[in-house]
Write a protein that binds this ligand. Structure first.
Ligand code: HPA
Length: 310
């Protein structure tokens, strides 16, 4: 099992500073180009002076973070052209525009998972819209099962790599003009500089933020003991049912990604235990006491109009 507590600053040193030879800023077009653009224009027409700098996606049970948004405008997904509506408890389906510690943010409160029956394109529409609003940083959050035994329930970790067990990607050939642009380097999906800043910020708040490799499954079931064991051997530290397509889309559109995961249940493949969705929600809410201050501090430190030191 890899050392999950390695520091992002070390990772940063190992990353080449030059841009990759194959561009990761790809000319991505949605399969049905009109819908996401329609949603973006719909929002921009109604909120002309609103220019979010951070996009935030709130995962299972983490939706309450949206309560910290000041001067909020809440828009139900069903009101926005082309937006799907989440079907899972803990995902309310609201876009919240407002201020977090003085920084303009667009918050997606709830996501639509592939296991609900949405196509990849549909499930990514809300995120695509937020990216099109011109954000400078995307903060993703999710709930996950812990595979690495170093982790404990209620812990917040930062995703620094992933294993795409969905066997689907946002970069399908019909969205690109040339075959060359289909080839992508995923080495920089999770932005190492922002990761180092997040770890530094977590330290200031008094807790460690270990890195983790996230494996995305289609779900909706949690894993069998054999699957947890197998995923651990593959190199996964945590497992969940989202986030990977979102990270890839953001990378394609050139927006840096910070992805936080709340470990809600740690698998012990040799002692049978059942995982219930209610447990997942309970652990998520406990972890909010760390995640909320972390996201808020990042907003105030790096994006508040009165405090710009990044
Ligand atoms: N597996 C997959 N997704 C999850 C888990 C899990 O154990 N816990 C929370 N989300």
């Amino acid at each position: 099992m890899r050392n999950a507590t390695h520091n992002a600053a070390e990772l940063l040193k190992r990353q080449p500073r030059e841009p990759p030879t194959i561009s990761h800023r790809l000319p991505v077009r949605p399969a049905s180009a009109s819908e996401p653009c329609a949603a973006t224009q719909w929002i921009q027409n109604r909120h002309r002076s609103f220019r979010p700098r951070i996009g935030i996606v709130l995962g299972s049970g983490l939706g309450d973070l949206a309560q910290a948004i000041e001067q909020p405008t809440r828009i139900a997904y069903r009101e926005i052209p082309g937006f799907p509506e989440p079907k899972v408890p803990g995902h309310s389906g609201q876009l919240v525009l407002g201020l977090l510690e003085g920084a303009q943010v667009a918050v997606l409160q709830g996501r639509c998972h592939l296991y609900e029956g949405w196509s990849l394109e549909e499930s990514l529409r809300p995120l695509r819209t937020v990216l099109e609003l011109g954000i400078e940083l995307l903060i993703l959050s999710n709930a996950s099962g812990g595979i690495n035994p170093r982790f404990h329930s209620g812990q917040v970790v930062a995703i620094d790599s992933h294993i795409n067990w969905l066997f689907q990607s946002t970069n399908s050939p019909n969205r690109h003009d040339s075959s060359a642009s289909i080839l992508m380097r995923h080495g920089r999906t999770y932005d190492a500089r922002w990761l180092a800043k997040a770890q530094e910020t977590a330290e200031e708040l008094g807790f460690a933020l270990p890195c983790a490799t996230y494996l995305a499954t289609l779900g909706p079931n949690y894993e069998t003991r054999a699957e947890y064991r197998a995923f651990g051997r593959l190199g996964a530290d945590i497992v969940g049912m989202s986030t990977v397509p979102e990270s890839i889309l953001a990378m394609q559109l050139g927006t840096p990604v910070l992805a936080f995961s709340v470990v809600t249940n740690v698998a012990n493949p040799d002692i049978p235990t059942a995982t219930e969705h209610n447990d997942v929600l309970a652990w998520s809410s406990l972890a909010r006491s760390r995640l909320e201050p972390l996201v808020s501090r990042i907003a105030s430190k790096y994006f508040s109009t009165t405090n710009r030191n990044h």
